[in-house]
Design a protein around this ligand. Structure first.
Ligand SMILES: [Zn+2]
Length: 299
């Protein structure tokens, strides 16, 4: 059977799981372990040998064993250093998507033109390495609202993206829409926005399904959030960084004590918590889900 997908040269095949209630989305922001330090201009990470392929390979192993698939948002910087990981992810049916080239927040990129340049650099790189079309984007640190949102979405659409997943409506932030939805562009076209899952509590949205919050809040809250999504016939969206799961990740001194505390809180047990999720829920990629919406729309 051919590996060609409706999107071209990809080995990616849409999932057979098209029942929204039992079908959730697993995403990884695949970047270097030291990005948090680099962002805060803290040094010391340069002295460590390359190590960022190991945890992602472990994730690919466990997803292979449990029959799960994910979206991996790679930074271009990561893909340049560890192209074998990108190739393996694509080969094993995971979606290769963009997490920017530079992992700079959009305010630091400074303009929509600079954003476009960074985006296209990452997309071309990932497509060359992964042999697949890139169809999804997640902004570093959920910073998509730093620039003109609709202009940025228009750039994403023109670059071939079918969806963005850069809104994190935690506490009272975001755009007011907590579930996947389509956004009308100035060109008259539409693009999907797929926000990270939050849990409604006392009028706020608790960010319990990813990153440091996944490590910080008790596991039952993550499961509660997934239940709320299921009840609303919406997918729950998990996001994790490889370093969220890596208890052997180097620990560097300096910087804000709160950053240091949150950076490693719960890391020791996070991988086991992910294993429980992989046993309890069926996951697919974001492109699976978007593709299924289109197919549902044709019926
Ligand atoms: Zn990131």
């Amino acid at each position: 059977m051919s590996n060609m997908s409706p999107f071209g040269m990809n080995s990616f095949k849409p999932s057979q799981h098209n029942i929204p209630v039992t079908y959730h989305l697993l995403t990884f922001d695949v970047e270097h372990w030291y990005e948090g330090y680099r962002y805060r201009d803290l040094d010391g990470w340069q002295n460590y040998p390359p190590r960022d392929d190991r945890m992602v390979e472990r994730l690919l192993d466990i997803m292979g064993e449990t029959g799960q698939r994910s979206t991996m948002f790679f930074t271009g910087r990561y893909a340049e250093e560890f192209p074998h990981v990108v190739k393996r992810a694509a080969h094993e049916g995971h979606e290769v998507a963009s997490h920017s080239y530079s992992h700079s927040v959009l305010s630091r990129m400074g303009s929509v033109d600079a954003f476009r340049e960074d985006l296209l650099r990452s997309v071309h790189l990932l497509e060359d390495i992964g042999g697949c079309k890139v169809k999804g984007y997640r902004a570093p640190k959920w910073s998509i609202l730093d620039l003109n949102y609709l202009e940025v979405l228009q750039v994403l659409h023109e670059a071939g993206m079918e969806y963005d997943s850069s809104i994190f409506p935690k506490f009272s932030g975001g755009t007011g829409n907590h579930y996947p939805h389509q956004v009308d562009l100035v060109s008259g076209r539409r693009i999907w926005e797929i926000p990270a899952t939050t849990y409604p509590l006392f009028g706020l949205r608790l960010p319990v399904a990813g990153g440091l919050y996944f490590r910080f809040f008790p596991a039952w809250l993550t499961h509660k959030a997934m239940s709320v999504c299921q009840a609303k016939l919406q997918p729950g969206i998990i996001y994790l960084h490889p370093y969220d799961l890596d208890k052997n990740c180097p620990r560097l001194p300096g910087g804000n004590p709160m950053f240091q505390w949150l950076r490693y809180y719960g890391v020791d047990t996070a991988f086991e918590r992910l294993e429980v999720l992989l046993q309890e829920y069926k996951f697919g990629s974001m492109l699976d889900w978007v593709t299924n919406q289109k197919q549902e729309g044709l019926k």
